[in-house]
Structure formats: C-alpha cells, structure tokens
Design a protein around this ligand. Structure first.
Ligand code: GLU
Length: 428
C-alpha cells in the first residue's frame, strides 16, 4: 500500500494545467482559472441542546462566475478542508460549463458530523451558516444546494434564514428545496439518474446492451442510490454496494452475486446512506470489508462516495473485466491513476460530466421558480436526459476525433467555454 496523501485541490489544478497547456491558454487566463476568485473562511457558533456552545469552522468558495452566478452545494463532513472545497468549487465551474448551463462554480463546507447532531442543532448550524455570509449569497451572486450529508430540509432552513434577514422572498437563492416549497420534482433523483443517462449513451456507443452488464457501487447516499435504481431499472445488475457504517466507524461491502435489490437495500439504510448490517445479513447479503467493492469482477465500477478512492495503490485490485469507470462522485480518481486507467483500456466517464445531472436540475428549479410554474416529473426527466445526452455526445465526439482521454475531452470543452466568457468580459 502506498501512503501518498492526496490533496484534491492539487489534483484539480493538475487536471486543469494539463488541458490548459494543450489549449495553449494565455498565462493570465491560466492564472485566473487555476484558483478560486473568492474565499470566505468563517466560524459558526451553535447553541447545543445541552446548553453549551460549539463553534464550527465553515467555508464558502467561489471559483469563477464569468458564465453566471456561482453554483454549488454545501457539504457537512468531519474531514472537510479548505482545499477540498477549493477543488470542488473548481469542478463546479467545469460541470456547469460542460452541460452548458449559465452558471459558475462555487462550493461550501462545514467541518461537522451531522450524524452526531440533533435536528435542532442541525437547524441552528444551517441558519448560522447563512447569517455569517448572507451578503455574499443570493440568486445573482452565489446559489448553494445540497451535497454530501446535506438535504432539502437543510436548504429550506437556509432559505428561511436568508429571507428573514433580507425581508423578502428569494426562492432562487438556493436549490434542492423540498417539493412544494420551491423545489423541483426529480431533483432528488437527478444526479443519480443523470449518471445513468450518460452511462447508457456510452454503452450504446460501445454496442454493449445494458441488460448484459454488471456493476459494483461505492456509496449509497442520494447519488449512489438513485444511480443504482435507474441502472437496475434499465436491466443492469448491481453485484455489490459498499458504504460507511457509522456505528463501527468503517465501511462494508454488501454483495449478492445474483444482483442486489436496490429498493430493499434502500429500505434498510439510514438517512446518511449507511446500510443496516444485521438486516442485510438476514436478507442474504454477504457482508465483506469496505474495500472489496473495487475488486469485483464486473463490467462497470461506479464510485459514488468521496474523492481520492481510485489511486495507483488500489488500481491493481481492479478486475481485468472492468470496461467502464463511471464517476458519480466528485473527484474519485487521482490524476496519477489516469494513465493506468487509459493504459488498461478502461473508458472513464469523468465526474464533472457524469454527475452534472444534479446541478442541471438545480438550474431547472431556478427556471421553474422564476416562472412560478412547475413542470411534471416526466418533463423534468425528459429535459434532464436531453441535456446529459447532448453534453455526453459532444465530449465523446471530441474524444474520438482527437483521440483524447474522456476526462481531457470534457475539460477541453468546459475550459474553452469558461475561458471564452472570461475573455469576452475583458477579465483576461
Ligand atoms: N452538489 C451537487 C454537485 O456537486 C449539486 C450542486 C448544485 O445543484 O448546485 O454537483
């Protein structure tokens, strides 16, 4: 095992630098785009249920807003760092650009473990987040959304705090709101479904029927669950699902060789994506160590958890059968692993293209909110599939035409669009 420590921001910069050089971007534009334009680091004092006050560290980082207001989720995670949020804000810029929606890139994070906080404490944390930085948020500035361990209820508390302070109603200030409270139908499913819309298109290009494929999944939060639901609905078979177990403070892989029943697994998971081990055993699942998910003999690997999971240290464990690495998480693969993936002939579906369904539906939520007219669910999914397919096709075509690695093709399209906006505005 290697003990290389990966820094997601350095990874994001390496990925950018590689393509910026290919594109021969001028040095001013490079300098501007390889780092965030604005960072806010702050603390949030929260009154805890026991009467004490706990102070949480938080971030909101705006990478670039040349193409539109900054957009991106807020993560609650005990290991959040400024560099992780920097990287994620940068990936949001490329994500919005590759699907061609008029938004920029931002991200937020709070160092906390929401699994140990009561609902009241979570509410006060959300309200505190907004109270500290509300002048920097807003429909025309920076628009948050849910991300790792945050959900629709958190978004609504944040909106309510913002509207209370500013004395108005600004539904487009935040997305991922509950349906009926300004949220879009399909937002919950959008990231996971979008992943599978992209995968479906790639399989079509490769002339592989989806019903003949098997997959192994890491992460069973919102993205993993809905990707698995759509993939199995289309006939694919998920052999293994790995996820974090809060009580044991480690992850497990749940395996069923004849295919996991995703609805059943979802019915025994907690609100943070942890699957109940005892119940899974009762239902006939094998319970294996967490890292086993990557070793399965499947056609497709779907990392849908956190960054830095596919590294040169674990890559030798990837079965020779694997044909596709379908990145549902943000930053699951480290840059030093990309050459190994390419050498093996595995096709990568790069994260910021593959998981762009969430932000695309967030954009739909803003559009519907501003018309005050909400679409039915079929219309949302139809438009989502259209956008994801169009983005995939452009990336795939460029990769084939120029013999580019798919990640580099996606970066080429995204960086070109953002560089163009920067240039048109006269910023560089
Ligand atoms: N957090 C999601 C992402 O990483 C969605 C962001 C959004 O909807 O703004 O893409």
């Amino acid at each position: 095992m290697s003990n290389t420590v990966y820094n997601p921001f350095e990874s994001a910069q390496q990925q950018f630098d590689k393509v910026a050089a290919l594109l021969e971007l001028d040095s001013g534009t490079r300098e501007l785009l390889r780092q965030p334009m604005q960072e806010i680091h702050f603390t949030i004092p929260v009154k805890m249920d026991d009467g004490s006050t706990k102070v949480f560290k938080a971030f909101r980082i705006r990478h670039n807003d040349a193409r539109g207001p900054a957009k991106g989720g807020i993560r609650f995670h005990p290991h959040e760092t400024a560099d992780t949020v920097r990287a994620l804000s940068m990936w949001m810029t490329w994500k919005c650009a590759v699907v061609d929606i008029p938004l920029g890139g931002g991200k937020g994070g709070v160092i906390c473990d929401p699994q140990t906080l009561s609902l009241g404490e979570q509410e006060r944390l959300c309200r505190g987040y907004v109270r500290q930085i509300f002048t920097q948020l807003g429909p025309n500035q920076d628009v948050p959304a849910p991300d790792v361990m945050t959900n629709a209820q958190h978004m609504l508390w944040m909106l309510d705090e913002y509207e209370t302070i500013t004395n108005g109603r600004y539904p487009a200030m935040i997305t991922g709101k509950p349906v009926g409270m300004g949220g879009s139908l399909g937002r919950r499913e959008a990231t996971g479904y979008g992943v599978v819309y992209v995968l479906k298109n790639l399989l079509r290009e490769m002339s592989i029927p989806i019903e003949s494929t098997t997959a192994s999944l890491q992460g069973f939060g919102n993205v993993g669950e809905y990707a698995a639901r759509m993939y199995t609905k289309l006939g694919g078979k998920i052999i293994a699902v790995s996820c974090w177990n809060q009580a044991d403070a480690k992850s497990y892989t749940f395996r069923k060789m004849d295919g996991c029943d995703i609805g059943q697994l979802a019915s025994i998971k907690d609100s943070f994506g942890g699957i109940d081990k005892a119940k899974a055993l009762e239902l006939g699942y094998e319970v294996l160590p967490g890292e086993e998910w990557i070793k399965q003999e499947v056609d497709i690997l779907i990392p849908a958890a956190l960054e830095n999971q596919i590294t040169p240290a674990v890559f030798p464990d990837v079965s020779k059968k694997v044909k596709i690495l379908c990145e549902a998480a943000n930053g699951p693969t480290t840059p030093d692993c990309d050459p190994l993936i390419r050498e093996r002939g595995i096709t990568v579906l790069p994260d910021f293209l593959t998981n762009a369904g969430g932000v695309t539906c967030s954009y739909f939520e803003q559009v519907q909110g501003s018309m005050n007219y909400f679409w039915d669910i079929d219309e949302v999914f139809e438009k989502l599939e259209f956008c994801m397919t169009k983005a995939f096709k452009a990336v795939y075509k460029l990769a084939v035409e120029k013999n580019l690695y798919m990640r580099d093709a996606a970066y080429t399209i995204a960086i070109n669009r953002v560089a163009e906006a920067v240039k048109l505005r006269g910023w560089a």
